[in-house]
Design a protein around this ligand. Structure first.
Ligand code: E4P
Length: 288
């Protein structure tokens, strides 16, 4: 079927496997885009095979990632596709900038995922000024989202995404959906150009919340979208969706001022941990 008009949120698949893109596209009849990350690409069955054969190198893995992204693009040619830079403590501003430029040339309209760290935001500022689309990932706080808004002012609407990670906050007993709600509220008050992309989505409640609150984008794994579709939720008006009451710790809304991005507190332990995990999964593909 065509995407129902009442669903304002863009529906993305969170996966590093084009075979899953094909399954979901055929199941839903539409798919607005796809997000990938180093851990998801490392799980791709063909890449796993190359890893097991011991043939991947630090260089050749990027050729494989490029193929994955292009295969996704062939299935959803007008879809928005995000690919992520490699980043660890040692990655310099110059290296990340250069990597971002290379990824941005894989095909037109691609989104370069950058971490919300001092280096990542500094790189975003430059890439955005060069007309490159960015997806600011590993967002765990309203301050981080405020910094993304401030650093990328002047970007076109739709050129910058921020990805709040709901499930990973839930994992530590914090109600991650509040982060989405708070960022949406702040961006609305500020008339922000940044689009909110609900990420680390693990449950139907997470999906319902993003649809009901009209987050611009939501990305979720194949199994969750299949469950959502098979339960007939595609046919429900977002306003009719119900979200369960939570026993997790809620996050208060902060009345933040608009200021220079470097004045916000962008440090978050989960951002650091997330980067470490991405780097470990990536390096496991070619380290002996
Ligand atoms: C997408 O952009 C994110 O990388 C992804 O949703 C993270 O999900 P996870 O917390 O389930 O790994």
């Amino acid at each position: 079927m065509n995407k129902p008009e009442y669903i304002k949120t863009q529906i993305f698949l969170d996966s590093g496997d084009p075979a899953e893109t094909k399954i979901l596209f055929e199941k839903l009849g539409f798919l607005d885009g796809q997000t990938t990350n180093p851990s998801l690409v490392a799980k791709n069955p063909e890449i796993q095979k190359l890893k097991n054969d011991g043939v991947l190198t630090n260089e050749s893995i990027w050729v494989e990632y490029n193929k994955v992204a292009n295969d996704i693009k062939n299935i959803i040619p007008s879809g928005s596709i995000s690919v992520e830079v490699y980043s660890d403590d040692a990655t310099s501003f110059e290296t990340m900038c250069e990597q971002g430029r290379i990824l941005s040339k894989w095909f037109s309209g691609i989104y370069v995922k950058l971490p919300i760290t001092h280096t990542g935001i500094s790189v975003a500022k430059v890439l955005v000024s060069e007309g490159i689309n960015v997806n600011m990932t590993l967002c765990f706080s309203q301050d981080q989202a405020a910094a993304v808004h401030s650093a990328t002012k002047g970007a076109k609407k739709g050129q910058v995404y921020v990805s709040p990670f709901v499930g990973r906050l839930d994992d530590i007993g914090i109600y991650g959906l509040d982060l989405i709600g708070n960022i949406l509220k702040m961006y609305k008050e500020w008339g922000s150009h940044v689009s909110v992309l609900g990420a680390s989505i693990r449950s139907i409640d997470h999906v319902n919340y993003c649809l009901k609150n009209e987050a611009e984008i939501i990305t979720a794994p194949l199994a969750l979208w299949i469950k959502w579709e098979e339960e007939g939720r595609l046919l429900k008006l977002p306003s009719d969706l119900i979200i369960s009451v939570t026993d997790k710790k809620q996050i208060d809304y902060l009345e933040l001022e608009q200021k220079n991005w470097e004045e916000y507190n962008i440090k978050h332990d989960l951002t650091d941990k997330g980067l470490e995990k991405f780097a470990t999964d990536w390096k496991s593909l070619f380290s002996k």
